[in-house]
Design a binder for this molecule. Sequence first.
Ligand code: SAM
Ligand code: SF4
Length: 321
Amino acid sequence: MDPFGRTIDYLRISVTDRCNERCLYCMPEGYKGWAKKADHLSASEIIRIVEASCALGFRKFRLTGGEPLLRHDIEEISAGIWALPGVQTLGVSTNGLRLAKHAQGLRQAGVRSLNISLDALSPEVYRGVTGGNVAEVLRGIDAACAAQFEVIKLNCVLMRGVNEDELWPLVQFAAERKMLVRFIELMPVSSAGVLAEERFFSVQDAMQLLSKHDTLHAIPDYRPGNGPARYYEMAGSKARVGFIGALTTPDFCGTCNKLRLTSDGKLRPCLGRHGELDLLPALRGEGDLQSTILEAIRNKPENHEFAECYEPGRPMTAIGG
Ligand code: SAM
Ligand code: SF4
């Protein structure tokens, strides 16, 4: 338990800060601050950290980044984690560009759930937001369906004037494939500028927009995959749609259950606060991994500072989304 009575049993692991997309809200323009290769945790170091956290009661793990499928050893990392006693769930978050190649291997390595970013179905809008080719992502989604993951969620970041027209098509796309779709409020994790008032589109705005197409019914106790989304079911299609409103949902942090591990070996108790604890001395020297993890839990703040003029220190790709 952390100081606020929350059970912390979920670790999100950034396996790289590199990415093959350039999302408007995630990667500052012209960003060159990549971590040095030598600072990236190796597969065996990541597995040792998961083993130590399992001994402290962590049960849920997600590999993210940057783009985790850029790591050539992503299947090795997944299989190593899945083989550890105590691991109950293992997920991967990906932009989907390399998923067609990796879906089957990840599933065989023990990955149960996938979160796939998809901010738009329109190729033009998708390219404008991410710089990438949506056709490759759609091929990745087909491969993920064929590989039979237990849960597949599509993630869409809400941006006024950019992708509002994409929301209803995304709900229909997800419903046809029996996937969940989640709409995420912009957070100032890479540059405070992304929250410019004309760009911010709240989860309430998104619900209002979708309710013009179909009625939304809250499903209060539905929490697939341990994330922070609040879910609704669409009356007509029965599509299940999640909303992650970090900026506008009261008591958003009250159910937070996670720590983040950065690709260069820092434990981050909260995405929306700067504090980090360095695991490298314990990993590469004499220290004790478990006591550093416990200290990170003791340091978990009650809530984020996004609404208090939070100035991001390093981008989301480095912290791990
Ligand atoms: N590259 C993978 C991907 O895009 O899914 C994994 C890493 S990415 C940082 C993880 C998630 O963070 C994605 O769903 C992305 O949309 C979300 N994200 C990144 N920057 C964000 C921001 N400023 N506000 C809200 N969500 C953000
Ligand atoms: Fe890369 Fe994911 Fe960030 Fe987009 S959201 S720049 S795909 S890490």
